[in-house]
Design a protein around this ligand. Structure first.
Ligand code: CU
Length: 117
């Protein structure tokens, strides 16, 4: 499954004519990397972006959604249910390096990628 995802990411990068630079998340006063995503009207606002996360840091992945679904962070295998119009937060320590997909599990909709390095 992970191999398939990696292949998909490579294919997308190839089509776009170059890998976009990863975005630096907001860092809170206590050093938490805060990634905020909003899914509305069938798409993630701002498009599917890649966020650069320093390895070993604490991450808060905050997902707002206008539909009920399950937010799933691949690789770390963290998940949280979100109800329509609400927000769910996944908080974890980024101890594993790599590129990890965040998706709405039931829809199979990719929300973002976290690049831990
Ligand atoms: Cu998933």
């Amino acid at each position: 499954m992970l191999v398939a995802i990696a292949a998909t990411v490579l294919t997308l990068a190839g089509c776009s004519g170059g890998q976009a630079a990863a975005i630096t998340p907001t860092v809170t006063a206590d050093g938490v990397q805060r990634v905020e995503l909003r899914y509305a009207g069938g798409a993630v606002q701002g498009g599917v972006r890649r966020f650069a996360i320093p390895a070993g840091s604490t991450v808060e992945l905050v997902v707002a959604s206008d539909v009920a679904d399950e937010v799933h962070l691949h690789g770390y295998d963290r998940a949280g249910f979100v109800t329509a119009g609400a927000t769910t937060t996944l908080r974890f320590v980024a101890g594993v390096k790599g590129v990890f997909e965040v998706e709405l599990e039931q829809r199979g909709a990719e929300l973002a990628q976290l690049e831990v390095s």
